[in-house]
Structures are given as C-alpha cells and as structure tokens.
Design a protein around this ligand. Structure first.
Ligand SMILES: NC(=O)c1ccc[n+]([C@@H]2O[C@H](COP(=O)([O-])OP(=O)(O)OC[C@H]3O[C@@H](n4cnc5c(N)ncnc54)[C@H](OP(=O)(O)O)[C@@H]3O)[C@@H](O)[C@H]2O)c1
Length: 238
C-alpha cells in the first residue's frame, strides 16, 4: 500500500485480515508508526519488487511520477492499482509508463472510512493479468462491492455524484458562513446534517478541488446547476 493518508489507512484496515498488507510512506518512520496502529507492517520502497499488488493511494497529481520512478521494480505478473477519483486522461498516462508484463486496474472506492456500511468500488480493468481475479476476490472478502465500468462512464457519472454534489455544498458553505453568526440559534435538524456533510467535503478538500478541476465533464454539470438555480430564482421571484 503506497501512501498513509485517508485512503491508504482505510484500505489497509479493510484488507489486513484478507491479504498480507505492507504500508509504505515517503517517510519510513511514519509508515512504521501508522502501520503499527493499523496492525500491518511498514515497508520501504524495496517492498515493491516483492509485491503481487502495488496499490497507490497517493494524490492523483503524483501518480505519473510515482509510476515512472517505481516501474522498474515491479515484477512481471504483478498489478498496479490506482484509486484516483478522476480517470479519463490519467489511466492512459499511467498505462504508458507501466512495464509491459505488469497488469493495471483502476479502482475508485466510493467511501473514505472502513466503518461505512456501503463499500462500493468502481472497477476499471485496464490491462488484466491472472492476479486481477484474486485481487477482486480479496476486495470482496474484505466487504467491498465491486462493479465494472469504463474511465469515461466513471467520469460522466461522477460529474453528477461528486462534482455537482461538492460544488453545490461548497457554494452553500460560502453563503452560510456569512449568515450563520446571526442565525446560530435557528439551526434546524436537517441543516445540522447538511453542515456535517460540508465538513466531510472540507476534510477532503484537496481531492474535492482536484475533481472539480480534472473531471472533464464537470464544467458542463456546474453550468447546468447554475442555470437551474437561476431558473428557480426567477420562478420564486414572481
Ligand atoms: N479522500 C477520499 O474520500 C477519496 C475517496 C476515493 C478516492 N480517493 C483518491 O485517493 C487518492 C488519495 O486521496 P486521500 O484522500 O487518501 O489523500 P491524503 O489523505 O492526502 O493521502 C495521500 C497520501 O499520499 C502520500 N503523498 C502525498 N503527496 C505525495 C507525492 N507528491 N508523492 C507521493 N506520495 C504522496 C502521502 O502519504 P505519505 O506521506 O505516507 O507518503 C499522503 O498521506 C486521490 O487520488 C483521491 O482521488 C480519495
């Protein structure tokens, strides 16, 4: 497992009882400390050459460089896995940089915490090897529900389920910030729930901003949302 952030910790926790997981960080001391807390082993970068699956949970923008630097160490038959929230463009760039004998699957876990009930995972088979089937079985045994898709179908769908969702909440947050001081005592039960979701998006702000910028179907959906908001405003102003 490459990266000790939110996804690296979440997936290590889910997979630890069903696979031999070793956790790698750019800082080996940090890897060992976090690995110990999770109940797996820490690993330095040399672990790549002994691994069947190299699961990179690092920021989307760092993936190409990571693959360039580590491709030489991946053994034939092993698979490289990314968990990026945007796929179109990225998948092609990663594939170009992988050695020929290495498989590649691109997954998107649609959750950040191992504790959530629905653990759906979008799965894009890019270059399959015998290891892929075993990897999918391991995800299933770890409680994840996998469905197959393509990079384009994924990004079109997540333009609605992520770009639109986060955009609306982030815009609402800006307006609420200006008004909440005087409205604090009037918070409704449902607004408290909305504020909790906004905090969740804020905790993943770097990823949320990356999705807004890199999902090529996102701008169209944002514009559609703004048009609908303006139409509703006209309707309610009459
Ligand atoms: N957060 C979510 O809800 C979520 C859900 C699904 C998919 N994803 C995807 O998962 C990926 C990671 O997201 P995250 O939320 O886990 O991010 P995160 O919490 O920021 O963790 C990313 C980890 O990657 C490592 N890293 C950071 N910059 C790096 C660089 N330049 N080169 C190499 N490693 C670097 C760091 O670990 P070390 O310091 O240990 O090296 C860092 O903790 C993104 O592609 C995102 O789209 C996120």
């Amino acid at each position: 497992m490459i990266g000790t952030g939110k996804m690296g910790r979440c997936l290590s926790t889910l997979l630890r009882d069903h696979a031999v997981v070793t956790l790698h960080s750019r800082d080996i001391k940090k890897a060992r400390a976090i690995a110990r807390r999770i109940g797996v082993d820490g690993a330095d970068i040399n672990a790549i050459s002994g691994s069947d699956v190299i699961l990179a949970t690092i920021p989307t923008g760092a993936l190409q460089r990571f693959v360039e630097e580590s491709a030489g160490a991946m053994r034939p038959g092993a698979i490289f896995v990314d968990v990026s929230s945007v796929k179109v463009g990225l998948v092609e760039e990663v594939l170009k940089r992988l050695p020929k004998g290495t498989g590649y699957v691109s997954i998107h876990p649609l959750f950040t915490s191992p504790k959530v009930k629905e653990k759906d995972v979008a799965f894009i088979p890019v270059r399959e090897t015998a290891t892929v089937e075993r990897f999918l079985e391991t995800l299933s045994k770890s409680g994840m529900s996998i469905f197959r898709t393509t990079a384009e179908e994924h990004d079109r769908a997540t333009a609605a389920t992520q770009v639109l969702h986060h955009f609306a909440l982030l815009a609402m947050e800006m307006v609420l910030q200006r008004h909440m001081k005087s409205s604090e005592r009037f918070k409704t039960h449902s607004l408290r729930k909305t504020l909790a979701v906004i905090r969740l998006v804020e905790r993943n702000r770097e990823t949320a901003v990356m999705i807004q910028k890199l999902n090529k179907f996102g701008k169209g959906v944002r514009e559609e949302f703004i048009r609908e908001a303006e139409a509703l405003d006209r309707e309610f102003s009459n």
